[in-house]
Design a protein around this ligand. Structure first.
Ligand SMILES: *Cc1c(COP(=O)(O)O)cnc(C)c1O
Length: 366
């Protein structure tokens, strides 16, 4: 047997290390995970209640089209229900878009250091990935625009960008969208949108009317704290969403995910509280990095990419021995680690552990 030749070299996704594994392997009593941008405050209690209520229907297929949730999300954002498509996480929406739009040899443009799944799915479709170098950890939109040709099918913009945490501003995005031919799809991944507090941040949904080639991705995994349930969505022009729908699996979101997401969406007080605490956490981390003489990129999501001036995998190992899991090994940033903003207690432990690792000089400088 022979798999498709373009997928044999592809790695399976490497998730953050699970807390239980580290506890067992290193015999540590307490381990904190700041590696996967999960919400340290969990999720709305209303989401858990909704799941408990749904347990009675465990043997019944979910509503394949997520009608109630679709209506609620559409109402929440002031769009029509036919403009929304759900996936098993925004990850699945990325896969569906690639599957629906990329043919072998088509070109797709993205930033050089961004969310890995855009390239991953482009390669599965045998498309050609054009990676554009970042500028100070930011998407270089004029340089990306210059790479758009008649072969380009999709441009991916991650805003805030994972892993750098930077944003492109409304002006930057609007001039990019104005320059891109309307035949090119622009996917704006806003997985962390709800965490952004900078007024220069563009709300992709407000741009949909003017730019019908735009598809905005959002998720319930991050600020809503429902990562385990796998539910995310894309919003775009109705005809574009309709064009993606044929590749969606019939029952790709579960009853529990739909019920929990619906309840979580209604609890905007929880979202606001998480945004506020995350904003404070970002400032605490920034102050600590400044004190330790470490440069970090302006963080707009719930994570920070910080230059530890030592090989990131070694700092990762040293922090792991102290019971803190972070994320090393980001393309183009060999000396940076990505740290999820945790609770005040977790942030304090991370700062103490990082300070000890640097002070003890456990890791030689790069
Ligand atoms: C986490 C993340 C996603 C996908 O999250 P799901 O859990 O699949 O909804 C998408 N894009 C970016 C940039 C992310 O960081």
């Amino acid at each position: 047997m022979q798999p498709k030749p373009n997928i044999v070299h592809l790695p399976a996704y490497q998730p953050g290390k699970p807390v239980e594994d580290v506890q067992r392997e290193l015999g540590l009593a307490e381990v904190i995970k700041l590696a996967s941008n999960e919400n340290p405050y969990g999720s709305s209690p209303k989401a858990k209640e909704a799941i408990a209520r749904e347990a009675a229907n465990i043997s019944v297929y979910p509503d394949g089209a997520s009608i109630k949730l679709t209506e609620a999300v559409a109402r929440h954002y002031g769009v029509n229900p036919d403009q929304v498509i759900f996936g098993a996480g925004a990850d699945e929406v990325i896969m569906m878009i690639a599957r629906a739009y990329l043919r072998p040899g088509d070109e797709t443009v993205m930033a050089a250091s961004t969310f890995s799944q855009y390239r991953h799915h482009a390669e599965i479709e045998n498309a050609v990935t054009i990676e554009v170098p970042m500028k100070d950890g930011k998407h270089d939109l004029p340089a990306m625009l210059a790479q758009v040709t008649e072969r380009t099918r999709i441009v991916w913009i991650c805003n805030p960008n994972n892993p750098t945490g930077t944003i492109v501003t409304r002006d930057e995005l609007e001039s990019f969208l104005t320059g891109v031919p309307s035949s090119v799809m622009v996917v704006l991944d806003e997985a962390y949108a709800e965490y952004v507090t900078d007024p220069a941040y563009p709300n992709g949904l407000e741009l949909l009317k003017r730019f019908p080639n735009l598809v905005v991705l959002r998720t319930f995994s991050k600020i809503y704290g429902l990562a385990s349930l796998r539910v995310g969505y894309g919003i775009g022009e109705a005809s574009v969403i309709r064009s993606i729908n044929p590749v969606r699996l019939p029952f790709n979101t579960t009853r529990f995910a739909q019920a929990a997401a619906l309840a979580a969406l209604e609890d905007q007080a929880f979202v606001g509280e998480c945004r506020r605490k995350n904003h404070e956490g970002r400032q605490v981390l920034k102050q600590a990095f400044d004190r330790l003489g470490l440069d970090s990129f302006p963080a707009h999501g719930n994570f920070v990419l910080v230059d530890v001036r030592r090989p990131s995998t070694e700092v990762f190992d040293a922090l792991l021995r102290k019971g803190v899991i972070v994320r090393p090994g980001h393309k183009g940033y060999p000396n940076h680690i990505r740290i999820t903003v945790g609770s005040p207690d977790q942030n304090g432990k991370l700062i103490a552990a990082l300070e000890a690792v640097l002070r003890e000089d456990q890791v030689p400088r790069a």
